[in-house]
Design a binder for this molecule. Structure first.
Ligand code: FRU
Length: 535
């Protein structure tokens, strides 16, 4: 576990109260919030449509699966406090990955034994034998983190346990008689198992984060796991501990060729500081993951390839059991960063998820890469649009004027054309003089987001002290942008999702206008600003 979560022992003992009996373990509230400030906070900072828990702390998305017409999302949750604490699995469902309904907490910790991140599978053939009445059980595989052992500075703090549900993830039984299913092998950071059915090799496959690498295991029944191999020592980014991996086979767009993708979060050491998520592309023979040679060269050159270059997309993984007829690889991340997640200026709840995204594998020449884009279901919620075909201006161009469209729930598409060696700066602004700047520096070839003037940012020195950058391959002639705006977040998908930047902000009033400027003039085409109306 990371140092920022290492709180003083006194803190933990104050929190830990035994409730007794078989009631789920819970702890005392950490913060009392006066109700008028709660209303103001809801108004200012509660996202319009990104998922947030009604109250309490949230971090990583966990255990996502699809079944019976619903996408399930679980998450690291501490319902009784607004900082990281005794970890539960919170639960939400959606029919379309956009509109979420929060359900009762799914898995509770026992005293001093926290339920850390992990995954869930729909065990269609009841390989685990945990199903009843001929229905496929849902099996969750997660890390059990022992706080007593942590305090005693033991090594074997983390092990992998399972729990199962026979009512589609609403209630869960811990598999007491068989846990742990993977014992700690003497590695302090040994967590976040992601399990998927490997159709090609006819086995369950588990990837988990083991400090500075990923470990692979296989199983026939989800209960007995055999260690296979590891990957990653001295490959890619290693600024911090590896966490929350994902591993899956995916088709190259427009062909029947498949490759294997390893998604691997780490903290710290992300693309722009703190938490970040890198990925690797290669092949898997059922035992060992081998990096594609061109991708290995790219990792050598760039040090790491990131799924998102923004500061606020961490621990993201993909859904299991999405029907073949759909065939998409669907991803969601935690829209925050351990550098400041526990200090952001909300009290009643903390953190949101990113918009759900479709991940695709593309191939250019012999080079593979992932692209991510918002799921198409978001288009259902479009209610009105501002459109313009071609706009040309010297200096500054106003794209959205105050009062014309609500920029706290919008999708904006446009192409920036005929780009020169210049900087193109987009500015979201409000009446308070606050602004968020983003754009392309096409002299030095990078995308950027600067939130230093975007409102409240004094809660952490790390929040806005550096400009976020995502490097681009050389001179850009044209930039294709898709931008999703909520009250406290911007998600930029550049060139059909080839580069993504996700960042949060806390303006004291909504941003009401958007403009763009450059020294050498602006040419913008196919502008569509769609109003979203989700709740
Ligand atoms: C990632 C992480 C995981 C861990 C969880 C605990 O943000 O540190 O590695 O399982 O959070 O809440």
């Amino acid at each position: 576990m990371k140092s920022k979560k290492h709180l003083p022992l006194a803190f933990y003992s104050a929190l830990i109260i035994s409730i007794g009996g078989c009631k789920p373990y819970s702890a005392v509230a950490q913060t009392t919030v006066v109700s008028s400030s709660v209303a103001a906070e809801e108004q200012m900072y509660r996202p319009n449509f990104h998922f947030t828990p009604k109250k309490g702390w949230m971090n990583d998305p966990n255990g996502m699966f699809y079944a019976d017409g619903k996408y399930h999302l679980f998450y690291q949750h501490y319902p009784n406090g607004n900082k990281w604490g005794p970890m539960h699995w919170g639960h939400a469902v959606s029919k379309d990955l956009i509109k979420w309904e929060e359900l009762p907490i799914a898995i509770y910790p026992d005293k001093d034994k926290y339920i850390f991140s992990g995954s869930a599978v729909v065990d269609l053939n009841n390989t685990s034998g945990l199903g009843i009445g001929g229905k496929a059980p849902i099996v969750a595989i997660y890390t059990l983190h022992d706080m007593i052992k942590e305090k005693e500075n033991k090594i074997d703090v983390e092990q992998q346990d399972i729990a199962y549900s026979n009512d589609n993830g609403i209630t869960w039984q811990k598999f007491e008689e068989g846990n742990p299913v993977v014992k700690n092998p003497g590695i302090r950071d040994f967590r976040d198992p992601k399990v998927t059915w490997d159709q090609t090799h006819n086995q369950w496959i588990m990837v988990l984060a083991a400090q500075d690498r990923s470990h692979f295991y296989k199983s026939k029944d989800l209960k007995n796991w055999e260690y296979l191999s590891d990957f990653g020592k001295n490959i890619g980014a290693h600024g911090g501990v590896w966490e929350c991996p994902d591993f899956f086979e995916i088709k190259v767009q427009g062909s029947n060729e498949t490759k294997w993708v390893l998604i691997q979060s780490l903290n710290p050491g992300g693309a722009n500081g703190g938490s970040g998520t890198q990925y690797f592309i290669g092949d898997f023979d059922g035992t060992k993951f081998t990096l594609d040679s061109n991708f290995a060269n790219r990792v050598g050159k760039e040090k790491a390839v990131w799924i998102d270059y923004g500061k606020d997309n961490y621990a993201g993984v993909t859904w299991n059991n999405v029907p073949n007829a759909d065939g998409r690889r669907l991803f969601i991340g935690w829209m925050s960063n351990w550098d400041y997640a526990q200090d952001v200026p909300t009290n009643a709840w903390r953190s949101a998820t990113t918009i759900a995204r479709e991940i695709q594998l593309i191939k250019k020449g012999n080079d593979y890469s992932l692209v991510s884009n918002p799921v198409k279901e978001i288009n259902k919620y479009v209610s009105k649009a501002i459109k313009a075909k071609n706009l040309k201006r010297k200096g500054k161009l106003s794209i959205a004027e105050a009062g014309k469209i609500d920029l706290t729930q919008a999708i904006i598409d446009f192409n920036l054309k005929n780009l020169k060696q210049d900087t193109y700066t987009f500015t979201l602004s409000n009446d308070k003089g606050e602004s968020l700047a983003f754009g392309i520096n096409n002299s030095e070839h990078y995308l950027f987001v600067d939130r230093s003037k975007s409102g409240k940012n004094d809660f952490s020195e790390k929040f806005a002290s550096t400009i976020t950058e995502a490097s681009l391959d050389g001179n850009q002639k044209e930039g294709v942008f898709k931008i999703i705006l909520d009250k406290t977040s911007i998600e930029i998908f550049y060139n059909n999702g080839e580069k993504v930047i996700t960042e949060i902000f806390f303006s004291s009033q909504p941003f009401t206008s958007l403009s763009v400027s450059s020294n050498q003039g602006i040419e913008l085409s196919n502008l569509v600003i769609n109003q979203l109306n989700i709740n």
